[in-house]
Design a protein around this ligand. Structure first.
Ligand SMILES: CC(C)(COP(=O)(O)OP(=O)(O)OC[C@H]1O[C@@H](n2cnc3c(N)ncnc32)[C@H](O)[C@@H]1OP(=O)(O)O)[C@@H](O)C(=O)NCCC(=O)NCCS
Length: 310
Protein backbone atom coordinates (compact mmCIF):
# COMPACT_ATOMS: atom_id res chain seq x y z
CA UNK A 1 0.00 0.00 0.00
CA UNK A 2 1.18 3.52 -0.75
CA UNK A 3 0.55 7.00 0.67
CA UNK A 4 -2.38 7.25 -1.76
CA UNK A 5 -4.18 4.58 0.30
CA UNK A 6 -4.03 6.67 3.50
CA UNK A 7 -7.49 8.18 2.87
CA UNK A 8 -9.57 5.01 2.77
CA UNK A 9 -7.37 3.26 5.34
CA UNK A 10 -7.97 6.12 7.79
CA UNK A 11 -11.73 5.71 7.27
CA UNK A 12 -11.60 2.01 8.09
CA UNK A 13 -9.31 2.56 11.08
CA UNK A 14 -11.81 5.12 12.39
CA UNK A 15 -14.71 2.69 11.91
CA UNK A 16 -12.85 -0.08 13.79
CA UNK A 17 -11.70 2.19 16.67
CA UNK A 18 -14.29 5.00 16.72
CA UNK A 19 -13.02 6.47 20.00
CA UNK A 20 -9.74 7.39 18.27
CA UNK A 21 -10.58 8.86 14.82
CA UNK A 22 -7.71 8.94 12.31
CA UNK A 23 -7.38 12.02 10.08
CA UNK A 24 -6.73 11.09 6.41
CA UNK A 25 -4.61 14.15 5.66
CA UNK A 26 -2.46 13.70 8.76
CA UNK A 27 -2.00 9.96 8.10
CA UNK A 28 -0.93 10.68 4.54
CA UNK A 29 1.55 13.31 5.77
CA UNK A 30 3.00 10.85 8.30
CA UNK A 31 3.43 8.09 5.71
CA UNK A 32 4.99 10.55 3.27
CA UNK A 33 7.46 12.16 5.68
CA UNK A 34 8.39 9.90 8.59
CA UNK A 35 10.63 6.85 8.89
CA UNK A 36 11.55 7.17 5.23
CA UNK A 37 14.87 5.42 5.88
CA UNK A 38 13.07 2.48 7.55
CA UNK A 39 12.22 -0.70 5.70
CA UNK A 40 8.42 -0.76 5.74
CA UNK A 41 5.71 -3.26 4.90
CA UNK A 42 1.98 -2.43 4.89
CA UNK A 43 -0.74 -4.94 4.08
CA UNK A 44 -4.51 -4.90 3.76
CA UNK A 45 -6.29 -8.04 4.97
CA UNK A 46 -9.33 -9.09 2.89
CA UNK A 47 -12.20 -11.45 3.65
CA UNK A 48 -13.46 -14.07 1.17
CA UNK A 49 -15.68 -11.46 -0.50
CA UNK A 50 -12.71 -9.14 -1.02
CA UNK A 51 -13.67 -6.59 1.66
CA UNK A 52 -10.79 -5.10 3.62
CA UNK A 53 -11.16 -6.25 7.23
CA UNK A 54 -7.75 -5.43 8.62
CA UNK A 55 -4.58 -3.55 8.19
CA UNK A 56 -1.14 -4.76 9.27
CA UNK A 57 2.19 -2.98 9.17
CA UNK A 58 5.75 -3.73 10.19
CA UNK A 59 8.93 -1.71 9.89
CA UNK A 60 12.46 -1.48 11.13
CA UNK A 61 15.24 1.09 11.13
CA UNK A 62 18.36 0.35 9.05
CA UNK A 63 20.16 -2.22 11.22
CA UNK A 64 23.29 -0.04 11.49
CA UNK A 65 21.09 2.48 13.39
CA UNK A 66 19.31 -0.25 15.36
CA UNK A 67 21.97 -2.67 16.63
CA UNK A 68 19.42 -4.41 18.89
CA UNK A 69 17.56 -5.34 15.67
CA UNK A 70 14.14 -4.53 17.15
CA UNK A 71 11.38 -4.11 14.57
CA UNK A 72 7.88 -2.69 15.11
CA UNK A 73 4.57 -4.21 14.21
CA UNK A 74 1.12 -2.72 14.22
CA UNK A 75 -2.34 -4.05 13.47
CA UNK A 76 -5.84 -2.62 13.20
CA UNK A 77 -8.58 -5.19 12.78
CA UNK A 78 -12.32 -5.11 12.23
CA UNK A 79 -14.11 -6.66 15.23
CA UNK A 80 -15.08 -9.82 13.28
CA UNK A 81 -11.45 -10.77 12.54
CA UNK A 82 -9.99 -9.96 15.96
CA UNK A 83 -10.23 -13.64 17.00
CA UNK A 84 -7.63 -14.30 14.24
CA UNK A 85 -5.15 -11.78 15.66
CA UNK A 86 -2.69 -14.50 16.71
CA UNK A 87 -2.10 -15.69 13.13
CA UNK A 88 -1.85 -12.13 11.79
CA UNK A 89 0.74 -11.16 14.41
CA UNK A 90 2.65 -14.35 13.58
CA UNK A 91 2.72 -13.32 9.88
CA UNK A 92 4.05 -9.84 10.74
CA UNK A 93 6.70 -11.41 13.00
CA UNK A 94 7.69 -13.73 10.16
CA UNK A 95 8.21 -10.73 7.85
CA UNK A 96 10.39 -9.08 10.53
CA UNK A 97 12.34 -12.32 11.05
CA UNK A 98 13.04 -12.58 7.32
CA UNK A 99 14.26 -8.97 7.46
CA UNK A 100 16.78 -10.01 10.13
CA UNK A 101 14.99 -8.67 13.24
CA UNK A 102 15.85 -10.25 16.61
CA UNK A 103 12.85 -8.82 18.50
CA UNK A 104 9.40 -7.39 17.74
CA UNK A 105 7.78 -4.46 19.55
CA UNK A 106 4.05 -3.68 19.52
CA UNK A 107 1.71 -1.19 21.21
CA UNK A 108 -1.81 -1.68 22.55
CA UNK A 109 -4.25 0.54 24.36
CA UNK A 110 -4.94 -0.46 27.98
CA UNK A 111 -8.55 -1.42 27.19
CA UNK A 112 -7.95 -3.11 23.81
CA UNK A 113 -8.55 -6.50 25.43
CA UNK A 114 -8.46 -8.61 22.26
CA UNK A 115 -5.02 -7.25 21.32
CA UNK A 116 -3.65 -7.50 24.87
CA UNK A 117 -4.76 -11.14 25.00
CA UNK A 118 -3.24 -11.91 21.57
CA UNK A 119 0.10 -10.33 22.54
CA UNK A 120 0.14 -12.18 25.89
CA UNK A 121 -0.61 -15.47 24.11
CA UNK A 122 2.40 -14.84 21.86
CA UNK A 123 4.59 -14.25 24.94
CA UNK A 124 5.04 -10.48 24.56
CA UNK A 125 6.11 -8.72 27.74
CA UNK A 126 5.25 -5.17 28.70
CA UNK A 127 8.27 -2.85 28.63
CA UNK A 128 6.72 0.57 29.30
CA UNK A 129 3.47 2.48 29.61
CA UNK A 130 2.30 5.84 28.41
CA UNK A 131 -0.40 7.70 30.33
CA UNK A 132 -3.19 9.26 28.28
CA UNK A 133 -5.06 12.21 29.68
CA UNK A 134 -7.95 14.45 28.68
CA UNK A 135 -8.69 17.95 29.84
CA UNK A 136 -12.20 19.39 29.78
CA UNK A 137 -11.72 22.96 28.56
CA UNK A 138 -15.36 23.94 29.10
CA UNK A 139 -15.46 22.84 32.75
CA UNK A 140 -12.05 24.36 33.55
CA UNK A 141 -12.31 27.42 31.26
CA UNK A 142 -12.13 30.19 33.92
CA UNK A 143 -9.30 28.57 35.89
CA UNK A 144 -7.25 27.79 32.78
CA UNK A 145 -7.52 31.31 31.37
CA UNK A 146 -6.48 32.71 34.75
CA UNK A 147 -3.52 30.27 34.95
CA UNK A 148 -2.48 31.26 31.41
CA UNK A 149 -2.32 34.93 32.42
CA UNK A 150 -0.39 34.12 35.63
CA UNK A 151 2.11 31.82 33.88
CA UNK A 152 2.83 34.37 31.15
CA UNK A 153 3.43 37.05 33.82
CA UNK A 154 5.83 34.66 35.59
CA UNK A 155 8.02 34.06 32.52
CA UNK A 156 7.83 37.71 31.44
CA UNK A 157 9.12 38.80 34.86
CA UNK A 158 12.25 36.69 34.16
CA UNK A 159 13.00 38.42 30.86
CA UNK A 160 11.42 35.66 28.77
CA UNK A 161 8.60 36.16 26.29
CA UNK A 162 5.84 34.06 24.74
CA UNK A 163 5.28 34.24 21.00
CA UNK A 164 3.95 32.09 18.19
CA UNK A 165 6.21 30.32 15.71
CA UNK A 166 5.11 32.46 12.74
CA UNK A 167 6.67 35.47 14.51
CA UNK A 168 9.95 33.58 15.15
CA UNK A 169 10.45 32.06 11.69
CA UNK A 170 12.03 35.20 10.19
CA UNK A 171 14.68 35.40 12.93
CA UNK A 172 18.25 34.23 12.28
CA UNK A 173 18.69 30.43 12.16
CA UNK A 174 15.09 29.88 13.34
CA UNK A 175 14.86 26.28 12.07
CA UNK A 176 18.36 25.40 13.34
CA UNK A 177 17.29 26.54 16.81
CA UNK A 178 14.11 24.50 16.71
CA UNK A 179 16.01 21.41 15.55
CA UNK A 180 18.61 21.91 18.31
CA UNK A 181 15.82 22.22 20.91
CA UNK A 182 14.20 19.00 19.71
CA UNK A 183 17.48 17.09 19.66
CA UNK A 184 18.47 18.20 23.16
CA UNK A 185 15.05 17.59 24.73
CA UNK A 186 14.08 14.38 22.95
CA UNK A 187 17.19 12.82 24.48
CA UNK A 188 15.63 13.48 27.92
CA UNK A 189 12.36 11.66 27.23
CA UNK A 190 12.42 8.18 28.79
CA UNK A 191 13.20 5.83 25.91
CA UNK A 192 12.88 2.14 25.21
CA UNK A 193 15.37 0.11 23.21
CA UNK A 194 14.27 0.37 19.58
CA UNK A 195 12.94 3.96 19.92
CA UNK A 196 14.40 6.48 17.49
CA UNK A 197 14.63 10.23 17.82
CA UNK A 198 13.25 12.38 15.01
CA UNK A 199 15.71 13.28 12.26
CA UNK A 200 16.02 16.99 11.27
CA UNK A 201 13.74 16.55 8.19
CA UNK A 202 11.19 14.78 10.42
CA UNK A 203 11.30 17.67 12.93
CA UNK A 204 10.58 20.12 10.10
CA UNK A 205 7.80 17.84 8.79
CA UNK A 206 6.28 17.62 12.28
CA UNK A 207 6.03 21.41 12.53
CA UNK A 208 4.83 21.80 8.93
CA UNK A 209 2.20 19.08 9.22
CA UNK A 210 -1.39 19.78 8.14
CA UNK A 211 -2.56 19.62 11.78
CA UNK A 212 0.06 22.08 13.08
CA UNK A 213 -0.21 25.81 12.34
CA UNK A 214 2.70 28.21 12.96
CA UNK A 215 0.32 30.68 14.61
CA UNK A 216 -0.67 27.94 17.08
CA UNK A 217 2.84 26.74 18.02
CA UNK A 218 3.84 28.59 21.21
CA UNK A 219 7.46 29.40 21.95
CA UNK A 220 9.18 30.83 25.00
CA UNK A 221 12.13 32.98 23.93
CA UNK A 222 14.88 35.01 25.55
CA UNK A 223 15.66 37.58 22.86
CA UNK A 224 16.56 35.43 19.82
CA UNK A 225 17.35 32.40 22.02
CA UNK A 226 14.75 29.62 22.02
CA UNK A 227 13.91 28.47 25.56
CA UNK A 228 10.91 26.20 24.99
CA UNK A 229 7.93 25.21 22.91
CA UNK A 230 4.51 23.62 23.14
CA UNK A 231 1.88 22.99 20.50
CA UNK A 232 -1.43 21.30 19.92
CA UNK A 233 -2.32 19.23 16.88
CA UNK A 234 -5.63 20.29 15.29
CA UNK A 235 -6.56 17.52 12.80
CA UNK A 236 -8.18 19.24 9.79
CA UNK A 237 -10.70 16.50 8.89
CA UNK A 238 -11.44 14.46 12.03
CA UNK A 239 -9.90 13.48 15.34
CA UNK A 240 -9.10 14.73 18.80
CA UNK A 241 -7.00 17.79 19.57
CA UNK A 242 -3.76 16.52 21.13
CA UNK A 243 -0.62 18.10 22.51
CA UNK A 244 2.05 17.51 19.85
CA UNK A 245 5.13 18.20 21.96
CA UNK A 246 6.25 20.27 24.97
CA UNK A 247 9.93 20.95 25.60
CA UNK A 248 12.23 23.31 27.46
CA UNK A 249 15.96 23.68 26.71
CA UNK A 250 18.00 22.33 29.61
CA UNK A 251 19.44 25.75 30.45
CA UNK A 252 15.91 27.17 31.02
CA UNK A 253 14.31 24.33 32.99
CA UNK A 254 12.48 24.80 36.30
CA UNK A 255 11.43 28.39 35.52
CA UNK A 256 7.87 27.71 34.37
CA UNK A 257 8.64 27.89 30.64
CA UNK A 258 6.92 24.61 29.71
CA UNK A 259 3.97 25.46 31.91
CA UNK A 260 3.57 28.90 30.28
CA UNK A 261 3.89 27.56 26.71
CA UNK A 262 1.42 24.76 27.40
CA UNK A 263 -1.02 27.20 29.07
CA UNK A 264 -0.82 29.46 25.99
CA UNK A 265 -1.86 26.53 23.75
CA UNK A 266 -4.79 25.73 26.05
CA UNK A 267 -5.96 29.36 26.27
CA UNK A 268 -5.85 29.57 22.46
CA UNK A 269 -7.79 26.30 22.13
CA UNK A 270 -10.45 27.69 24.50
CA UNK A 271 -10.70 30.84 22.36
CA UNK A 272 -11.04 28.65 19.23
CA UNK A 273 -14.01 26.85 20.83
CA UNK A 274 -12.28 23.48 21.40
CA UNK A 275 -14.03 21.60 24.21
CA UNK A 276 -11.45 18.94 25.09
CA UNK A 277 -7.75 18.29 24.56
CA UNK A 278 -5.64 15.19 25.07
CA UNK A 279 -2.06 14.47 25.91
CA UNK A 280 0.09 11.37 26.37
CA UNK A 281 3.26 10.95 28.44
CA UNK A 282 5.56 8.13 29.39
CA UNK A 283 4.80 7.23 33.00
CA UNK A 284 8.50 7.63 33.88
CA UNK A 285 8.47 11.32 32.80
CA UNK A 286 7.98 12.97 36.23
CA UNK A 287 8.12 16.71 35.31
CA UNK A 288 5.49 16.56 32.56
CA UNK A 289 3.24 14.30 34.67
CA UNK A 290 3.48 16.91 37.43
CA UNK A 291 2.40 19.66 34.98
CA UNK A 292 -0.57 17.63 33.71
CA UNK A 293 -1.74 16.70 37.21
CA UNK A 294 -1.65 20.35 38.25
CA UNK A 295 -3.67 21.34 35.18
CA UNK A 296 -6.51 18.98 36.09
CA UNK A 297 -6.11 16.42 33.28
CA UNK A 298 -8.16 13.24 33.82
CA UNK A 299 -6.60 9.84 33.14
CA UNK A 300 -7.79 7.67 30.23
CA UNK A 301 -6.80 4.06 29.48
CA UNK A 302 -3.07 4.27 28.70
CA UNK A 303 -0.92 2.98 25.89
CA UNK A 304 1.26 -0.02 26.63
CA UNK A 305 4.42 -1.10 24.82
CA UNK A 306 5.34 -4.76 24.48
CA UNK A 307 8.29 -6.70 23.15
CA UNK A 308 9.32 -10.29 22.51
CA UNK A 309 12.42 -11.93 21.11
CA UNK A 310 11.94 -13.47 17.66
C1 LIG B 1 9.09 18.28 30.74
C2 LIG B 1 9.76 19.63 30.49
C3 LIG B 1 9.11 20.23 29.22
C4 LIG B 1 9.50 20.56 31.69
O1 LIG B 1 10.07 21.82 31.38
P1 LIG B 1 10.25 23.00 32.49
O2 LIG B 1 10.22 24.30 31.74
O3 LIG B 1 11.40 22.72 33.34
O4 LIG B 1 8.91 22.85 33.32
P2 LIG B 1 8.27 23.87 34.34
O5 LIG B 1 9.35 24.66 35.01
O6 LIG B 1 7.22 24.66 33.62
O7 LIG B 1 7.52 22.88 35.34
C5 LIG B 1 8.09 21.65 35.67
C6 LIG B 1 7.31 21.10 36.89
O8 LIG B 1 7.74 19.75 37.09
C7 LIG B 1 8.30 19.64 38.40
N1 LIG B 1 9.39 18.68 38.33
C8 LIG B 1 10.59 18.81 37.74
N2 LIG B 1 11.31 17.68 37.90
C9 LIG B 1 10.52 16.82 38.58
C10 LIG B 1 10.68 15.50 39.05
N3 LIG B 1 11.80 14.80 38.80
N4 LIG B 1 9.65 14.93 39.74
C11 LIG B 1 8.50 15.60 39.96
N5 LIG B 1 8.28 16.87 39.53
C12 LIG B 1 9.28 17.46 38.85
C13 LIG B 1 8.75 21.05 38.74
O9 LIG B 1 8.86 21.22 40.14
C14 LIG B 1 7.60 21.86 38.15
O10 LIG B 1 6.41 21.76 38.95
P3 LIG B 1 6.00 22.96 39.96
O11 LIG B 1 5.90 24.19 39.11
O12 LIG B 1 4.69 22.48 40.50
O13 LIG B 1 7.09 23.06 40.97
C15 LIG B 1 11.29 19.49 30.30
O14 LIG B 1 11.79 18.76 31.40
C16 LIG B 1 11.69 18.80 29.01
O15 LIG B 1 11.88 19.44 27.97
N6 LIG B 1 11.84 17.45 29.05
C17 LIG B 1 12.20 16.70 27.84
C18 LIG B 1 11.07 16.68 26.81
C19 LIG B 1 9.81 16.05 27.42
O16 LIG B 1 9.86 15.10 28.19
N7 LIG B 1 8.63 16.58 27.00
C20 LIG B 1 7.36 16.11 27.48
C21 LIG B 1 6.96 14.85 26.88
S1 LIG B 1 6.27 15.02 25.33
Amino acid sequence: MSVDDAGWISELMTRWRPHDPVDPVVLRHRWANFRLDHVQGRWALRDAAGNVVGFGAANHAPWEREPGRIGDLDLNLAPEVRPQADGIIAALEEWLRREGARAAAADAEGDEHWLLAALAARRYEQVSAERFWKLDLLKRRGTLLELARESEAKVTSQGLALLTFDRFLNRPQAWDKVIALYQETEADIPQNPGDHMLTPPEIVAELQAPDVRPDRVWLVVAGDDLAGLSFLSFPPVRGQVWTGYTATARRYRGRGAAWAAKMATLAQAIELGVSEVRTGNDERNAPILRINERLGYELLPGWLRFRRPL
